[in-house]
Structures are given as C-alpha cells and as structure tokens.
Design a binder for this molecule. Structure first.
Ligand SMILES: Cc1ncc(COP(=O)(O)O)c(C=O)c1O
Ligand code: FES
Length: 400
C-alpha cells in the first residue's frame, strides 16, 4: 500500500520542479558566484534571481535584505547573537516558552553563561501568548524580542505584527522564527516592524541545509560567521548555490500555491480533524482553532501513549509525529503542551498530523479508517481508561 506522509512540519518532499532547477548547478553551472569570469557570473546571476523569488514570497521592499544560511537553526542563532552584540548596553531577551529548541536552547545557554537575562513568556491553554506578561517584560533593557510566527507542534499563530510594534516602542530589535509560517500563510514585510525573520528551505519543498535570515534595511546586524565577503560580509563562506537556486524556485512555487494551501490543504486538514473527533471518544484539538496554520492538526487522545499510536500508524503505512519527547529518550511530554497546561494523560497521547500540497483525499480516508481501531486496542490496555464517558467523568487529570 502507498505510504501516507502526514509529517510535513518535520520536513517536506523536495518538489520535482525544485530538483530540476537545481540540477544544472551541480554540473555545467558549477562556478563560484564570486568569480568574475563567465563560469561565476552566470551562477551569480542565478543566485540573484533566487533572492528576488524569496523577496516576492516575503513581500520585502529592498534587495540585500536576505542572507542565505544553512537553515532555520543558523538563522535563529545569527539573529539572537547579532542583537546582543549590536546593542551592548542592553542584555535582556524576551521570548516564549513554546519556541523551537533552535531559539530556546540558545537562550538557556546565554542565560547560564551570564550573557543575557531571558524572559520566557507563557501561553494559555490554546497556546496564545500572554500579552500582559509580554508588555510587562518589555523595557529599555531588552535588546531582542524573539517570538515564533507559528508553532511547529500546534500550528498556533502569534499576532506577530502587533507584538513587533510593541517591541519597537521600547527600542528593542524584533526577530521572528517564521520557519513554519513561510509558504503557508501570506507574509508582507515591507511595512512591518519586524527587523529579522528566519526561514528554512526543507519546510517548503526545498532541500534541507538551506535557509535564510531576512534583515530589514537599516536594522543593526553583526555576522555570526566571519571570513570571506560573501553575502556582503554578513555571512561568510562560499554559497551553497544548488540549494540556493532550489530555495528560490521553492519560494516561487510556494507563492503560486499559497491559495491552495488556504483552501484545498486546509479543507483536507479540517476533514481529517473533524472525522477523528467524530469517530473517536475522549479526544480534543491542541491549539488555537481560530488562528492556526492551515495544514496542522494536533489532537490529544486521552489515556493512551502517543508512542503507541505512532507505532500502529507506522505499521499501517502512515507517518505522523508525536509531540512527546519520549521518542528522543525522555519521558517528558512536549514543552509546548506543558506550557499550555494540557493534562498529563492527554499530552502524552498527542499526535501531530501536518499536511502539504502533496496530500490527497485518500490520505485522509486512510487515517480515518485506521485510527479508531488503534485507539480501541490501546485503550483496552490502558490503566487510565475506564470506558467512554466514564473515563471522562471519573478521571482526575494529573497536570504535568
Ligand atoms: C519553528 C522551527 N524553527 C526552527 C527550525 C529549525 O530549522 P532547520 O531544521 O532548518 O535548522 C524548525 C525545524 O524543525 C522549526 O520548526
Ligand atoms: S508518549 Fe511516551 S512517555 Fe508519553
């Protein structure tokens, strides 16, 4: 049976058109874009075209606002370290409890090594940011606010433009990790207060190991990698030209498919979500139903282990993901679901289905046919499960 891939927030398939666009840059067009001879010049021109394609997707106003990086992680690290170095008389960072580890681990490290004081803003049970706590954390000591545009686990979207405006009132730099948002929701940076934005190729049907950091013209910036003069001295190292060309093509395709993402992909997601909620007792959606990525569905199945569900799904040829960290050797459920105060017995049974334009109706049908049986089997074995309605009424949730 054809495998069903519903883990697009982890990574996406490289679009065949992206592969075709990249291929010549491994062979005939192998020149170094910095070289003046013809081998280099044509590659340099292609890199410039790719920058324009990204610019169109992000709605940026100026050339040279985009710095190619090795991915989302490098873009996030660059933005954070750049801000601290650019504003040496400020040493505070404001972020949230639900950021990706690419931001959180660095913030924790900066805190541990005494290089910054970090405010981790909480969220409510739907994953919405605590605006009052955010306002209270802002001051003229804050060098950087770094908040994600959309959450990779739940798809919850933060009101990023408004949050950026508030940061500006205190003279702080504003960075957003938009790795999950770019290509899925419209973005227009030209009139926004956002100073820096991270994106990653492999989340939008480009290859892994390529990404970009947008830096608004005039915003203070210090490079992470120093060396050659590539990227106008803002990111040294010979450019990964095939991947850059691929990222440009992927950006062009993402823009062309944007309305499909909001309509067909969203309709598939909604049918999947509605179908699961209807067929399976004691489950609920994690995240903000009103402000959410169109492709993401995170459902908590109470009184079972997410790991168990994934194992059965894998056997049925369906790829999804669990928000729990137990797959990486820890018994802690996801930091995102914990920050949302999702009861322990639900957080552990949470599964993320993330779709893309590659998915079709049959994929959703397969999940809807498969999941009820899996849940029945696992719940029959669960020490917490005492039967449908009984389970809900008699069980006292344990908060993680
Ligand atoms: C929100 C978010 N930020 C950053 C990253 C890291 O991006 P990359 O894998 O390109 O380093 C990811 C990918 O998992 C992500 O989902
Ligand atoms: S899902 Fe495995 S320990 Fe919670």
């Amino acid at each position: 049976m054809k495998p069903v891939y519903l883990d697009n927030n982890a990574t996406t398939r490289v679009d065949p058109e992206v592969v075709s666009a990249m291929l010549p840059f491994f062979s005939e067009q192998f020149g170094n874009p910095s070289s003046i001879h013809s081998f280099g010049a044509s590659v340099g021109a292609a890199v410039k075209t790719a920058r324009g394609q990204l610019q169109a997707l992000l709605g940026t106003a100026h050339d040279h606002e985009i710095i190619y990086t090795s991915g989302g992680t490098e873009a996030d690290n660059t933005a954070i370290l750049s801000a601290l170095e650019s504003l040496p008389d400020r040493n505070e960072i404001v972020t949230s409890k639900v950021e990706h580890p690419a931001v959180l681990s660095l913030c924790q490290h900066l805190e541990k090594t005494g290089r910054a004081k970090v405010h981790y803003i909480g969220v409510d049970s739907l994953g919405r940011i605590d605006i009052e706590a955010y306002r209270a954390a802002l001051s003229d000591k804050v060098a950087l606010v770094t908040l994600m545009w959309a959450n990779n686990e739940t798809g919850t979207i933060f009101p990023i433009e408004g949050l950026a405006d508030l940061a500006k009132e205190h003279g702080a730099l504003f960075h957003t990790d938009a790795v999950q948002a770019v290509g899925k929701v419209p973005i227009s940076l030209k009139d926004s207060s956002i100073d820096m934005l991270s994106l990653s190729g492999h989340k939008l049907h480009a290859p892994k190991g390529i990404g970009a950091l947008y830096v608004k013209r005039g915003a203070r910036f210090k490079p992470l990698l120093r060396g050659g003069h590539q990227e106008r001295g803002r990111r040294a190292g010979t450019e990964n030209t095939p991947a850059i060309i691929g990222l440009g093509k992927a950006a062009e395709l993402a823009l062309a498919h944007m309305s499909e993402e909001q309509t067909r992909v969203k309709a598939l997601r909604d049918r999947l979500e509605g179908g699961l909620l209807q067929r399976i007792p004691n489950c609920f959606v994690n995240g903000d139903l009103h402000d959410r990525l169109p492709n993401t569905c995170n459902i908590a199945f109470e009184y079972v282990e997410g790991e168990g569900i994934l194992l059965h799904l894998t056997r049925a040829g369906i790829a999804a993901s669990s928000g729990s960290a137990c797959t990486s050797g820890s018994l802690e459920p996801s930091h995102v679901l914990r920050a949302m105060n999702i009861p322990f017995t639900a957080a552990h049974g949470s599964i993320r289905f993330s779709l893309s334009r590659d998915n079709v109706d049959e994929d959703v049908d397969r999940v809807l046919e498969t999941m009820p049986g899996i849940l029945e089997k696992l719940r029959a074995l669960s020490p917490f499960w005492t039967g449908d309605d009984k389970g809900g009424k008699e069980f006292k949730p344990v908060y993680a």
